[in-house]
Design a protein around this ligand. Structure first.
Ligand code: F6P
Length: 413
């Protein structure tokens, strides 16, 4: 920290601890805690949004911003298009009027990108821009950098925190796959959008006695498809965590036909796979990990790329297979980016605001190197080491899976 700051009197902190007024939970203690500082100048906070956009990003920017500007009298600078904006020093000053009216707006006013600090395409070639980013952080006199993002962003943020930057993150993604938080903002909105769509698919599938196979986003986690499948009453739910058997799905659909119901809704996660494909993936992944030579590694990588390319047409292939096995007409609906767009739901606005304001509190307390997680009605700082590189998939004994099975949903196994 620069000389302009005066460290908070340690005695004050000890006094508060003794008086039981300064309550740090375990996560606080294990996080990188720097003593709170009384500032001779205004605190300068940088903020960026990285990775795929999701509803609630603007609500979170507003939450951090309003608390930082209004409550803590700090300055706030936004960097455009994720880590690229910080590398290229493309900034915008965020004032109270910039934050007004954005609570309900979808997307992100800052723009976003999937660029990583250590692997960024610049002038046509891949470069490590980490040093440039550290330089720009210092040049802008930042006291903290807030990164709003999903799993990839948590990893990138950790790298910067390990270099000494005061980084703090918020968990966003429609996939709900960030570890150590009850929820991510964007998920609830995406579920709402998908549920509305499935309600509409029901009536057309029913009228035409068809199978409608609907593909849902979610990357490698099944949260969105499972939640949507239950809320929308899908007859079959296929998630990456449970590899499926096409024969079993066809049987379930035929059973419905036998009982006079000649239509079915199949909710399939973009990452869902048949048992055979899942096995092939696992083997290729294992080969990649075990590879001793560059040639072996390259061969395993090629196998994985081929499997990924094949997987791109998975939902269409599945619909075709089901049509052949059941003799019912099949149609495919891929919801795609509709799930990421538009105004956030009330639950996401609330979550984003709670996490955003808690983030401003933590910055004020000098707690960095953490992600602000949702824990029940509360929020808590979780060290980035515990989040980065970890994927929160649906546990096989999760109550949602149990509930789906209890209402007769075929999970494809
Ligand atoms: O992480 C959100 C998400 O929408 C995933 O569900 C999906 O797999 C991915 O992003 C799509 O990424 P992109 O926006 O880069 O196409």
């Amino acid at each position: 920290m620069k000389g302009a700051y005066i460290e908070e009197c340690v005695i004050t902190r000890v006094f508060l601890l003794e008086a039981g007024l300064l309550c740090l939970n375990r996560a606080h203690r294990s996080a990188m805690i720097t003593p709170r500082i009384v500032m001779a100048k205004k605190m300068r906070i940088g903020i960026l949004t990285a990775g795929g956009d999701s509803p609630g990003l603007n609500a979170a920017i507003r939450g951090v911003g309003k608390a930082a500007l209004g409550f803590y009298q700090a300055d706030l600078i936004g960097f455009r298009d994720g880590f690229r904006g910080l590398a290229e020093d493309r900034r915008m000053r965020l004032e109270k009027n910039t934050l007004a009216g954005i609570l309900t707006v979808g997307g992100t006013i800052l723009g976003t990108s999937r660029d990583k600090p250590h692997r960024m395409k610049v002038d046509g070639r891949m470069r490590d821009m980490t040093d440039v980013i550290v330089g720009n952080y210092k040049k802008n006199g930042l006291d903290a950098l807030v990164c709003l993002g999903g799993g990839g962003t948590q990893k990138n943020a950790l790298r910067l925190a390990q270099l000494g930057l005061h980084v703090i993150t918020l968990p966003k993604t429609i996939d709900n796959d960030v570890a150590m938080t009850d929820a991510t903002f964007g998920f609830d909105t995406a579920m709402g959008i998908a549920t509305e769509a499935i309600d509409r698919l029901h009536s057309t599938a029913h009228s035409h006695h068809r199978i409608v196979v609907a593909e849902i986003m979610g990357h490698r986690a099944g949260w969105l498809t499972l939640g949507w499948g239950i809320a929308g009453g899908a007859d079959v739910v296929l998630i990456p965590e449970i590899p499926y058997d096409v024969g079993r799905i066809a049987e379930a659909i035929q059973q419905r036909s036998k009982h006079g119901t000649n239509f079915s809704i199949v909710a399939v996660a973009e990452g869902a796979m048949s048992k055979e494909d899942a096995r092939a993936y696992e083997l290729a992944e294992r080969r990649k990990v075990k590879a001793r030579t560059d040639v072996e590694k390259q061969a395993a990588k090629l196998d994985l790329s081929a499997l990924e390319a094949k997987h791109a047409g998975n939902t269409l292939r599945l619909a075709h297979q089901l049509e052949q096995l059941t003799h019912l007409e099949s149609r495919v609906t891929i919801l795609g980016y509709v799930q990421r767009g538009g105004t956030p739901s009330p639950a996401d606005r609330l979550l984003a605001t709670r996490l955003g304001t808690a983030c401003a509190d933590l910055i004020h307390e000098g707690v960095f190197g953490v992600m602000v997680a949702a824990r029940g009605d509360r929020t808590e700082p979780v060290p980035l080491e515990k989040v980065a590189g970890k994927l929160k998939t649906v546990p096989l004994d999760h109550p949602w899976i149990e509930s789906a099975r209890r209402v007769g949903t075929c999970m494809g196994d």
